[in-house]
Design a protein around this ligand. Structure first.
Ligand code: IMP
Length: 180
């Protein structure tokens, strides 16, 4: 793994694909345990675009019936959170009466998942659980419980495995951290 350049910034190797996918399989095992006996198929809610790769990998390792719905939100510009979560595209299907599992790539300030949980409950979701591939615990200070967390990382800007820097870098299978 060598360094990569995206726009004006350089990123160095940080988490190899094998380690990320081990963390995702751990989350899938927890979901398999919790949803094995559910009467109604839960809905996986993929938060576009960043969580596409994570959600795809996670679904491959779950063994219960489920539906897939997507939503597009955004709070990031460049390498910083703007603090305001924008609902850009609505939900691709209704979630009324459904058990929803939010699939996030990374929880940073938590503004996105808190806004999203409120939105889903206002849309009539029966229950909402939060599932994230990565968490920055030094930044996340919200009381909201994170039900499933793949891996904790330090507070640094990362790309790869679906995550971008101004739309570039999503295609890398490994995760890279900004080289400052
Ligand atoms: P939050 O609302 O501050 O928790 O931010 C969550 C969203 O910000 C994630 O879904 C990502 O899209 C984006 N984000 C947060 N940290 C990073 C990062 O290190 N790299 C790329 N995107 C990030």
């Amino acid at each position: 793994m060598s360094k990569i350049t995206l726009h004006d910034k350089t990123f160095k190797p940080f988490i190899p694909q094998a380690k990320i996918e081990e963390a995702i399989r751990k989350v899938a095992d927890e979901l398999n345990r919790d949803f094995a006996d559910s009467k109604e198929p839960p809905v996986f809610l993929c938060v576009l675009n960043d969580a596409i790769v994570f959600t795809g990998e996670l679904l491959k390792h779950t063994h219960f019936n489920s539906e897939l719905v997507s939503i597009k939100l955004s709070s990031y510009q460049g390498t910083r959170s703007t603090g305001t979560v924008l609902n850009i595209l609505g939900l691709t299907a209704p979630v009324k009466g459904k058990d929803v599992i939010i699939c996030e790539d990374i929880v940073d300030t938590g503004n996105t998942i808190v806004a999203l949980k409120e939105l889903l409950l206002s849309e009539g979701a029966k229950s909402v659980r939060i599932c994230t591939m990565l968490l920055k615990p030094e930044v996340y200070k919200k009381p909201e419980k994170l039900d499933y967390v793949g891996m904790e990382i330090p507070n640094a800007f990362i790309v790869g495995y679906g995550l971008d820097y101004n739309e570039l870098g999503r295609n890398y299978s490994d995760i890279y951290v900004i080289d400052e």
